[in-house]
Ligand binder design. Structure first.
Ligand SMILES: Cc1ncc(COP(=O)(O)O)c(C=O)c1O
Length: 397
């Protein structure tokens, strides 16, 4: 088969859809006023900002438009949510999971170093958090629970609605209700978000995961939730994200979510079929593989596979030379030699963790892409294994 370029790293980032670029364009050149300015130029930008907020709020089923603030990325949304909640509310305790993205995990570790207490909830072997454990860890000091909607490495979907219901009951008896935050960076545009149904107070998203531009995100903050600002310098975005608003990106992100939401079922069906084809082909052709993604309870585009007796980075580089882009563990963790904290949490062996690849599909992928990967991948895995003394001694015994 002829060499082709196959991008299977859509959970790291996506391309920007043409319709999104088109929607953004006027705000670079024609409508460039500062949304805080009183003249017409400013008012035109302000109109776009308000319209975006209104559309965005509707798309996630927020009750009020001003429950949405625009931020610079998912990481910033997570930081504002968690640190902001701790600054504004009484108590010093956070509950999160062992498999959060570093945007949450490192924030919690930083807070721990600064005197806060953090409990990291364990998961089962699929990556699903233990709700009973969450319940048991709650104390009078608990301010916030942060559990991701879906994991960026293995794709598992967490039982957010169930946790939300459990918390609602617990909060009935508390004078200081516990806040519930979810990092929905990997689900926005893939699962229809309904903040009311989810029973959450805070939700983070990032545009570059759903065919929007990089460097823009949003944070849903339920009305009445007390959050202190982390930055100071202006009254933009309810005082929580001061600084001149990035109108082109905000317009682009809103357009991207609108398009993704509209096509959600068709897209999920398409990626599920391609993902299954990839999974089945890998299992059929390559020995000693472990599928780390729970296919029945995950976002449709992620397939995390451990190839025993290989070095993930070597395989990644060889795939790259054949035009195939994947990642080892999470994009942010690659380059580090530490085994993935997510794989550790689900009980993967160090042998398996070392040879783990995340394939993440997207809109641009088709059947031919998967056929190509299934032709190239088995040969490369075999080639890498032939270089491994452990694999060779195992097979010559
Ligand atoms: C689950 C999750 N949260 C947060 C982030 C960070 O988002 P951003 O790159 O917009 O800061 C990512 C990015 O990979 C992610 O996957």
């Amino acid at each position: 088969m002829k060499k082709r370029n196959v991008y299977l790293d859509n959970s790291a980032t996506t391309y920007v859809r043409e319709e999104v670029v088109e929607a953004m364009m006027p705000y670079f050149s024609d409508i460039y006023g500062n949304a805080s300015s009183f003249h017409q130029y400013g008012q035109d930008s302000k109109k776009a900002l308000l319209k975006s907020r209104e559309s965005f709020a509707k798309l996630i089923n927020a009750q009020y438009t001003d429950e949405v603030i625009f931020t610079s990325c998912g990481t910033e949304s997570d930081n504002i949510a968690i640190k902001g909640a701790l600054l504004a509310n009484k108590g010093n305790h956070i509950i999160t999971s062992q498999i959060e993205h570093h945007a949450v995990l490192y924030t919690c570790q930083y807070l721990e170093k600064n005197g806060y207490k953090v409990d990291y909830i364990s998961t089962d072997s699929t990556g699903k958090v233990n709700i009973e454990e969450i319940k048991n860890k709650i104390t009078n000091e608990t301010v916030i629970i942060s559990i991701m909607h879906a994991n960026n490495e293995i794709g598992i979907i967490e039982p957010i609605e169930e946790i939300g219901k459990m918390l609602k009951e617990i909060n009935k008896t508390r004078t200081n209700p516990i806040l519930f935050h979810t990092d929905a960076v990997q689900t926005a545009g893939k699962i229809k978000l309904d903040v009311q149904k989810m029973g959450i107070d805070l939700l983070s998203v990032s545009a570059h995961k759903f065919y929007g531009p990089k460097g823009v995100g949003a944070l849903y903050i339920k009305k009445g939730t007390k959050i202190s600002p982390l930055f100071h310098g202006g009254h933009h975005e309810n005082d929580l994200k001061p600084g001149t608003e990035n109108i082109p990106s905000i317009v682009g992100m809103t357009k991207a979510l609108e398009l993704a939401t509209k096509g959600i079922d068709i897209e999920n069906e398409k990626t599920s079929i391609l993902r299954n084809k990839l999974k089945d082909g890998i299992i059929a052709q390559i020995p000693e593989v472990i599928i780390n993604t729970d296919i029945n309870n995950s976002v449709s585009n992620i397939l995390n596979v451990s190839f025993n007796y290989i070095e993930g980075e070597s395989l990644l580089l060889m795939l790259d030379m054949e035009g195939i882009a994947v990642s080892t563990g999470s994009a942010c963790a690659s380059g580090s030699t530490e085994p993935s904290h997510v794989l550790k949490a689900i009980g993967a062996s160090p042998l398996a963790s070392q040879g783990t690849i995340r394939f993440s599909l997207g809109k641009q992928n088709n059947k031919e892409d998967i056929d190509y990967v299934l032709e190239v991948l088995p040969k490369l895995v075999d080639k890498v294994r032939q270089m491994s003394p452990v694999w060779n001694s195992k097979n010559y015994k």
